[in-house]
Design a protein around this ligand. Structure first.
Ligand SMILES: Nc1ncnc2c1ncn2[C@@H]1O[C@H](COP(=O)(O)OP(=O)(O)OP(=O)(O)O)[C@@H](O)[C@H]1O
Ligand SMILES: [Mg+2]
Length: 336
């Protein structure tokens, strides 16, 4: 079966007064129906821009899709008209953002805001939409849904508002749900509840999910596949277990090392990846992580490594690296 989503060589730039920002560089991957993909990487690595550009949500100018194709359900989204993209968003692809710009409108009731896409995309009557709103609020675990639907966003807690955002994201039964830092602002307990909710929804309605986050723990708990981005590129990608247990990219290794580990000997000191994030106004040359990578070779500085299957690993575990992290780590630890 063809994948639900196939991103091919997606390259996105911003033309700014201080130069061209190479935000997303030659990103290619595919996503199977029902799969949950977690995307991680430090701030500015291109996670949001890559997702927004797929569905025509970056402002142009300054944004510019330099090249690439995004095949979703058999259609190239980058070739669709603004009208077609407008029809697709919210209906076939649902979004949950943390961004206040796209969050709830303070002067409209929750019901109005959830009903809007239902009426727009499905032409539901007011009565039909109202019934569906209550059903959705119940689905995302909001008690007393019929009464709550008539309230305004300020009458909801942060966690409840995020549930409403998820209700809007899934209201039209999208084939794909893209969540961008959807739980980042929430406290740990509420975050855990929202993640339970997403797992539950996946069981019930089988949505394919792209979950963008800074939090490796969230990815470990939610995703089937993890994709690590740096400098607008995919550095590593594969089944979560395999990537977490046996990272093959020095950047992933650094990210995992910087996680605090609780253990018998207490909490380890947080490891920081030395150096600075890449200057994206420079023409991308070589491996973007090379300047910060203690294992980088001469080649890493001049030639961009393609994303290829990692040798001796599980199927689907891919890395973009010229160096051999396993061998380097073994040498560091004095193993043969
Ligand atoms: N409108 C814009 N104009 C210029 N540059 C932009 C614009 N939007 C994004 N960028 C740049 O594109 C790069 C990628 O940004 P993006 O928002 O995708 O990062 P991210 O991985 O989502 O980071 P975060 O984790 O902070 O959300 C950054 O260098 C950012 O500054
Ligand atoms: Mg972002």
């Amino acid at each position: 079966m063809a994948p639900l989503l196939e991103v091919r060589n997606l390259t996105v730039a911003f033309d700014t007064p201080s130069g061209t920002v190479h935000a997303v560089n030659d990103v290619s991957y595919s996503l199977e129906e029902g799969e949950t993909l977690g995307i991680v990487g430090e701030s500015g690595s291109g996670k949001s821009v890559h997702a927004l550009s797929m569905v025509g949500l970056i402002a142009s100018p300054p944004g510019r899709i330099v090249r690439g194709e995004v095949i979703f359900n058999g259609r190239n989204l980058l070739a669709l008209s603004p009208r077609e993209l407008f029809d697709l968003r919210g209906k076939e692809i649902g979004f949950v953002f943390q961004d206040p710009m796209t969050s709830l409108n303070p002067v409209l009731t929750i019901e109005r805001q959830i009903a809007e896409p239902l009426r727009r995309h499905f032409g539901m009557s007011a009565g039909q939409a109202r019934a569906r709103v209550v059903e959705l609020l119940e689905l995302v675990g909001i008690p007393d849904a019929a009464r709550r639907a008539r309230q305004y966003p300020h009458e909801f807690s942060g966690g409840m508002r995020q549930r409403v955002m998820i209700a809007i994201g899934i209201s039209c039964n999208p084939k794909l749900l893209i969540a961008d830092e959807a739980t980042t602002a929430l406290d740990v307990t509420v975050q855990a509840q929202i993640l339970d909710l997403v797992r539950d929804l996946k069981r019930k309605i089988g949505t394919t999910v792209i979950w963008i986050t800074h939090d490796m723990g969230v990815v470990a708990g939610l995703a089937d596949t993890v994709q690590v981005m740096y400098g607008g590129r995919i550095m590593e990608r594969g089944p979560v277990r395999s990537v977490f247990r046996d990272p093959r990219s020095a950047y992933t290794w650094g990210l995992l090392k910087s996680l605090p580990h609780g253990g018998k000997r207490g909490v380890n000191r947080l490891y920081q990846i030395p150096g600075n994030p890449p200057d994206l106004t420079q023409e991308p040359v070589g491996d973007p992580f090379a300047p910060r990578n203690p294992f980088a070779t001469e080649r890493c500085l001049i030639e961009t490594p393609p994303l290829l299957d990692a040798a001796d690993s599980v199927p689907g575990h891919k890395i973009a690296a010229w160096y051999d992290l396993r061998a380097e780590l073994a040498r560091m630890e004095g193993r043969p």
